[in-house]
Design a protein around this ligand. Structure first.
Ligand code: SF4
Length: 314
């Protein structure tokens, strides 16, 4: 196979975003400051490689505070954000907690809260059960925020409250699908209030645009990322919709389809915001061992976003 030449279009930007870098740094610095173990509520970011690495360094992952036996140890909340009840419970347990919620998710939380205070009934556009959605809905009293997941739900939505409505969105949605849902809501509810600045974050937007830019030129497209990573799964959808039907997610248990790759001339590669670059490099190395590869990185925008970690960890 080594004489088969394959062109790789490497999509950029890809991989870690500022919110993920910050969340991982928060766990690392917490272990340095407080010693091991440090508890983390939910996967700090949705990537098995990252989680396994932090486990080795002394992080223990739990889904709920109740699972933590030694409540004298600190607990970190994941980048996806948590309902208001969680820090309140941690306080009641007298626990030290560090919030690694991405500032761009916190922005949506504050927005929903302010709109609610201003008398609006809130619609959240997002995916049911995703921890970010659970966290955002949990900022407001139950019944004051409702979830819309797709165009059909937007078409069928009835505002049963006696309030005006406003919408916010999950940060990691498909830019194009969300536009369509918003369009439906705007056409049905003329005075619906929208966020001042879009809620889908810069990292999600840039990674989708970069994939969209090259998908048509590719016979296959591979997105490195976990199955529960919303933005990674969205990148696969974007690649398919933008002209590369044969697009796949490569996660920790994926079998790489070498036979299909053998029949391709050009393949695209990108990675979700929670996937470390080493996984992209490992994937490329696997291809290099079997094929003659030529890599062309196509960057559509430079990112220079950095988020500070909480002062108490400095
Ligand atoms: Fe923050 Fe966006 Fe990264 Fe999520 S994907 S952690 S919202 S920057």
């Amino acid at each position: 196979m080594k004489n088969k030449e394959i062109k790789i279009l490497l999509s950029a930007p890809r991989g870690f975003c500022a919110g993920v870098e910050r969340a991982i740094e928060i766990v690392e610095k917490s272990i340095q400051k407080y010693g091991a173990p440090v508890y983390v509520r939910h996967e700090i970011v949705h990537n098995k490689f990252v989680v396994d690495d932090l486990k080795k360094r002394g992080a223990i992952f739990v889904e709920e505070l109740e699972e933590i036996q030694d409540k004298s140890r600190p607990v970190i909340f994941s980048a996806h954000g948590v309902p208001k009840k969680i820090p309140a419970d941690a306080k009641n347990y007298n626990m030290t907690y560090i919030d690694a919620t991405c500032p761009l998710v916190s922005k949506v939380h504050r927005e929903a809260e302010n709109l609610n205070k201003a008398g609006y009934h809130i619609i959240l556009i997002g995916h049911e059960n995703h921890p970010e959605v659970v966290g955002t809905m949990g900022q407001l009293p139950s019944g004051s925020i409702e979830l819309i997941q797709n165009e059909i739900e937007a078409k069928n939505y009835n505002n049963k409250s006696n309030k005006k409505i406003a919408f916010v969105t999950q940060t990691t949605l498909s830019v194009d699908d969300t536009k369509d849902i918003i369009q439906i809501l705007k056409s049905r509810f003329k005075d619906i209030q929208e966020p001042k600045k879009e809620d889908i974050c810069y990292a999600t937007t840039n990674r989708q645009m970069a994939v969209k830019n090259i998908a048509k030129q590719c016979d296959m497209f591979f997105i490195i990322g976990s199955r529960n990573s919303s933005n990674s799964v969205r990148l696969v959808e974007v690649a398919k919709k933008s002209g590369c039907e044969n697009s796949r997610l490569i996660h920790s248990e994926s079998k790489i389809p070498y036979n299909e790759i053998q029949n391709s001339n050009t393949i695209g590669i990108s990675s979700g915001a929670s996937a470390p670059e080493i996984l992209v490099n490992n994937f490329i190395d696997d291809l290099r061992n079997r094929f003659t590869i030529k890599i062309n990185e196509i960057e559509i925008i430079k990112e220079n976003v950095v988020f500070k970690i909480p002062k108490k960890l400095n």
